[in-house]
Design a protein around this ligand. Structure first.
Ligand code: PLP
Length: 385
């Protein structure tokens, strides 16, 4: 039996009472502004993201004849992402997140290849969304090993390719360590074997183009790259849900098309049917407000804080798993899991990653210098105890 009071009540409450209850419940959630969330790839949305979201919160991109304005915003956001990632003819959609974006890419690859027992070659470091996707699409995952810097070994990937391979995947900014697979080499492998290459840049796609230092090649500049995941709701500071999927050209869309029997659109391409236009509006507003310069500042500041943290962690006697490429710091101690628990007791939300026996910190825009300094102080104190 459920607790009493949880069923729909016979009479509604006043607006004031509803809002008061919501406020109480909202207070249980963590607040990005406190700077204690060090384990999330999402962040406090840009103030304009919220405003734009409210303006378009009724709109449904699953029925675009009713919402042509929202559809225009989605096209414009996709055009901006495509230009950023050198996709002259690229097309795409704002979807629910990286998981759906990766799903759409592998659906397209599988349907295009038309083999009976389809396989996909994944780095051992691939995001866990691919486990779900393989399950859904009936794809056999074949895992390729990593090199000493935790990047997928391109020669291993090549060895994993068989007549059943429908796609290979590379990650530009792994969720756990923020490393970038050798996409250039993967592109050569893909071209040599005429196989689809999907780049999961859910996180890195809105970081790498804005780095001040050398930017690795990872996008449609590379001939073998056929699709890219890039999520505005991560480093794009856009309201959730806002994932992004880009395909190299519109020919690939044919094989993921579904006819709609009763909507104002004749076909849909996305997995989700009814989908909010508020996400596209929110992304549009943030992209307009920041421009290249704004994004460079955001990324520059996150990278500076990342360096401060990485240096401080090393000085305190801990070992970095790998030198940070993006705004993710991973480190370990003699008893890493225990250290993560102690940090949690002091109010820090960090991830413990058993696979690498490391603590992982994602230095998102809400993590400011003062938070990094306070974190390092706590870390040194714990070490002394
Ligand atoms: C590299 C990568 N791919 C895919 C995803 C899945 O994205 P989402 O949680 O938005 O579905 C993530 C999430 O952190 C990610 O880091």
């Amino acid at each position: 039996m459920r607790e009493e009071g949880l069923a729909l009540q016979p009479k509604g409450l006043s607006r004031k009472a509803v809002l008061a209850e919501l406020k109480k419940i909202r207070d249980q959630d963590q607040d990005y502004d406190e700077g204690r969330i060090l384990c999330s790839m999402c962040t406090k949305p840009h103030p304009l993201a919220e405003k734009a979201y409210q303006m378009f919160f009724e709109s449904n991109l699953g029925d675009q004849g009713l919402f042509p304005g929202s559809a225009q915003l989605e096209r414009e956001v996709i055009d901006q992402l495509a230009t950023l990632l050198h996709g002259e003819k690229a097309v795409g959609f704002i979807v629910s997140g990286g998981t759906e974006a990766n799903l759409m890419a592998l659906l397209a690859a599988r349907n295009m290849a038309k083999v009976n027992q389809p396989e996909v070659v994944l780095p051992q470091s691939a995001h866990f969304s691919f486990t779900k996707i393989c399950n859904l699409l009936n794809l056999k995952p074949v895992y390729a090993g990593l090199d000493s810097s935790f990047r997928v070994d391109a020669s291993e990937v090549e060895k994993c390719i068989s007549k059943n391979t429908v796609a290979i995947v590379g990650t530009a900014g792994t969720a756990e360590l923020g490393v970038i697979d050798p996409i250039e080499k993967l592109s050569e492998v893909a071209l040599r074997h005429n196989v689809f290459l999907h780049v999961d840049a859910a996180f890195g796609g809105l970081v790498i183009p804005f780095l001040a230092n050398a930017k690795p090649n990872f996008d449609f500049n590379l001939k073998g790259v056929k699709s890219i995941t890039v999520d505005p709701h991560k480093m794009g500071m856009v309201a959730i849900p806002a994932g992004g999927i880009l395909f190299k050209d519109d020919k690939m869309l044919d094989c993921i098309k579904t006819e709609t029997p009763y909507l104002t659109d004749k076909v849909q391409y996305t997995f989700v049917g009814t989908r909010t236009g508020a996400s596209a509006a929110s992304a549009w507003a943030v992209f307009k407000a920041l421009g290249m310069e704004g994004f460079q500042k955001v990324v520059g500041s996150c990278m500076k804080t990342t360096k401060l943290l990485a240096d401080g962690i090393e000085k305190a006697g801990f070992k970095l798993v790998v030198e940070p490429t993006l705004n993710i710091v991973a480190f370990r101690s003699e008893n890493t899991r225990g250290l993560a628990e102690k940090l949690r007791e002091r109010g820090w939300f960090v991830s413990y990653v058993p696979r690498y026996d490391c603590i992982r910190i994602v230095v998102m825009p809400h993590v400011k210098r003062k938070h990094a300094v306070a974190f390092l102080e706590d870390l040194r104190e714990i070490e002394k105890l």
